[in-house]
Structure formats: C-alpha cells, structure tokens
Design a protein around this ligand. Structure first.
Ligand SMILES: [Ca+2]
Ligand SMILES: [Ca+2]
Length: 251
C-alpha cells in the first residue's frame, strides 16, 4: 500500500514538474541587434530557451511586418557565462519592415510547441539613428554623436571600447543611457571625459545592468563617452543603443 502511494506521489510530482518545465521554459533572453531600422530587411537573432523548436515568429499587432525563420540551433556557450542563465538556443529570422513603419517598440511572439514567448524590439527610422564607425577605440578616432540620435554600436570582442564625441553646452544637464539587447549577456558601462581627457563621470548599473548617467559640464566643448563591457567581454550578443539627451528641468 505504502509503495503504491509513494509511486502515485512520485508520478504526480514528476508529471507536474514535467508540465511546469514544458509550460514555463520558453523564454527570450536577448536579441541581436538591439534595434532594427524601418524600411530595411533586418536580420534578427533571438536567444533564449526552447527557441530552436520554434516554427513561427509573428507580430500580433502589426500584420504589415513579416518574418521568415532562416536558422534554429543550440547556442554555443559564451565565454565566462552559463547557458543555463543566458539561454541555450537561438533562432535567426529575416524581418521585412515597411519604410513608413514608425519608430517605437515592435511586439513579437516566438511560437514553439512548448508555448509562446513574447518580446519587444526597438525600431528606429534612418533619420533618428546612426551606427558607430570602427575603429573608435581612442579619443582621436571617436565616432561623432548628435544629441537625441540613437547610436547603434557593438562591443565586438573582448576589451573593445567604443569612444564617442559630442558637443556639450556648459551647465546643461544631460542624460546618457545605454541599452543592451540582452543585459544577461552584456554588462555595459559608460565613462565620460572632457576635451582635455579629464575624467568627468561614470556609470555601470542603473535600474538594470544597463547604465544611465546624468551629468553636466562646466565649459562648452567636446565631451567623450566611452562605452565598454564592465567585464571586458565582447562578442556577437553585445550590441547596444547609446543616446544622449538634454534633461528638461521642471518649471
Ligand atoms: Ca571599438
Ligand atoms: Ca552595467
């Protein structure tokens, strides 16, 4: 009798945990790149759990956007990270975004036999975004940055640093933010320097591992921003968006 009860209990627990694992394990951990551009045929990689079983990627709120899954596979283990945390599978899809698609967030759903995973990807227009220009590892090679324009960059390899230059006005409060495609895989940090290469400010983690820095300069002139990974790790899951905006003071 006792044996039968134990067997029943074991079967119930096993069945519940198998069901939980089936339901709860579809998850997105990162996209690469971190943003896509309207009017382009974008190649988007999505990383997570159970994504290599996905037959479909769809856009529930935007039927004009179409996608074709080109590749599904198990993800290689990134250096210094554990696939149990950062996701062990990925898919690659080609996405066609209409030219008049507005900047904002695009909702998407990865459909798998084990359930659905819901995600959002940033969409920029060509005139609201720019791309970093390598080489940009030093002050002399800095990529020029304009306030309010979203700069898409990548920490391409270990110890890569991306340096940007923009013109600041004395006393104007500025907000610098870096958003990664997957903060589990990339731990972005910002360091900020004056025209004469003096350290001004730095940020590593904000509300998440993505940094936000608010500061102002005492003189007009160029300011340098260095974006890096806090652990000096770079690679294929390390794209980010950098934006510098003026903070509007409350009246
Ligand atoms: Ca660089
Ligand atoms: Ca960070």
């Amino acid at each position: 009798m006792m044996r039968a009860i134990l067997i029943c209990l074991f079967a119930a627990v096993f069945s519940a945990s198998a069901e939980d694992s089936k339901k709860g394990s579809v998850r997105i951990t990162a996209t690469e790149p971190v943003a896509i551009i309207s009017g382009t045929r974008a190649v988007l990689k999505i990383r997570g759990f159970k994504l290599n079983e996905a037959p479909e990627l769809r856009f529930p709120n935007t039927p004009a956007v179409t996608a074709e899954i080109k590749e599904k596979k198990e993800s290689p283990q990134p250096p210094g990270l554990d696939n149990k945390t950062v996701g062990d599978s990925q898919l690659l899809a080609e996405i066609l975004l209409p030219a008049d698609f507005p900047a904002g967030l695009l909702d998407y759903v990865v459909v798998t036999p084990a359930g659905e995973a819901i995600g959002k990807i940033k969409v920029f227009t060509t005139d609201s975004s720019a791309e970093e220009k390598e080489p940009n590892n030093g002050f002399k090679e800095a990529t020029k940055l304009q306030l309010g324009i979203s700069m898409i960059g990548t920490i391409k390899g270990n110890k890569d640093v991306d340096v940007y230059e923009f013109l600041a006005q004395a006393g104007k409060k500025l907000k610098v933010s870096v958003t990664c495609g997957g903060a589990l895989l990339m731990d972005a940090a910002i360091h900020c320097y004056s025209a004469d290469r003096q350290f001004l400010a730095a940020a590593d983690d904000g509300e998440t591992r993505d940094p936000v820095l608010i500061f102002s300069t005492s003189v007009d002139g160029p300011v340098y921003l260095c974006v890096s990974d806090a652990h000096d790790i770079g690679g294929e899951w390390h794209s980010y968006v950098l934006v510098v905006e003026e903070v509007q003071e409350a009246k």
